[in-house]
Design a protein around this ligand. Sequence first.
Ligand SMILES: *Cc1c(COP(=O)(O)O)cnc(C)c1O
Length: 365
Amino acid sequence: MNIGTLKRAPVGCVNTPLEYMPRLSRELGGGRLYIKRDDLTGLALGGNKARKLDYIVQYALENGYTALMTFGGVQTNHGRLTAAAAIRYGLKPILVLKGPRPDYLSGNLLLDRLMGCDLYFVDTEAAEVLPEAEREAAKRRYLEDCAQAIIADYEARGEKVLSIPVGGQTVHGSAGYIQAIPELMAQCEAQDIHPKYLVVGYGSTGTFAGLWAGAAYYHAPFEVVGIPIEPDYRPREETAAFINRLSETFALGFTCRAEDLRLETGPAEAPYGGIGYNEPDPVTQEHIALLARMEAVFLDPCYTGKVFYGFTDLVRRGVLAGDAVFLHTGGAPGLWSREHLDAMQSSLWSGKAEDRVHVMKLEIP
Ligand SMILES: *Cc1c(COP(=O)(O)O)cnc(C)c1O
């Protein structure tokens, strides 16, 4: 397959803005800092998964699928966008969510319900009683069994279900980010700017891998730097192997070694990835507030707030010496998820935190 002629089913809007961040650049005192707005990919409040879905949906249509099923945490952004893409193409949206059904509807889940997708909560909490060595395998097996049962159920009703892995982590999905590179290079040329770094979150890794492959194939003049969004991140070796699969599938003509990949995890005492996947933490919250105050751009608490903490820390310490682009991958609906709303009450809405909040109350004598 040739990457240049690979067809896409337009799901979101590409050619997202590349904007200069003057106030943030001044505040941090390093190079000129830019933001690539993939939070503005349009589809269902936007985000990076739209670029992946362009190619995944094309594959689904070419192969006669009638339903898109995918997986994720209860607040998955990828799930929201997959459901939206399915709806736009007349396919059935099915989400398999890892975790118990929350009592309170919020964040992405509210949007999933508004879109009317079929939701399956896979609750594996009972596995906590097992010895640690067996726990993850037992959870994984149960999830796989559930997925098989769900697919069989739809097939019995005449549907053909495309099962998309967590995060849309497939070679077709990453094609979207390979092709984001010429777009970004053309924008840099048009604006006459010369960033040395492109900083991006590293979660299910398809975004980073696609960008890395695109940068190698198109000879981008910047380095792709990945920031893991949780302490327990996917090993570089697996990502290098996936990038080599991209190279083979799309005849990109390079090989990638694990040591070629640049991941920045931050100081051991305060890693960029925080304390766990989608776990609220005050450092991430501070960095979400920093960008909102500097540039009026909203980040999210699960991914981009952490990546932005890494981005600013690397600029401050001079590790990224030169102009740099931050890729905003979306996720803002997570700000309104119950757990993050609760966590932000104390930092933004109590006692000293309220220094800019005034109440003026009419009193009738
Ligand atoms: C999925 C996601 C990421 C991570 O992208 P991967 O391709 O999974 O590594 C980053 N930011 C947001 C908002 C996401 O939803």
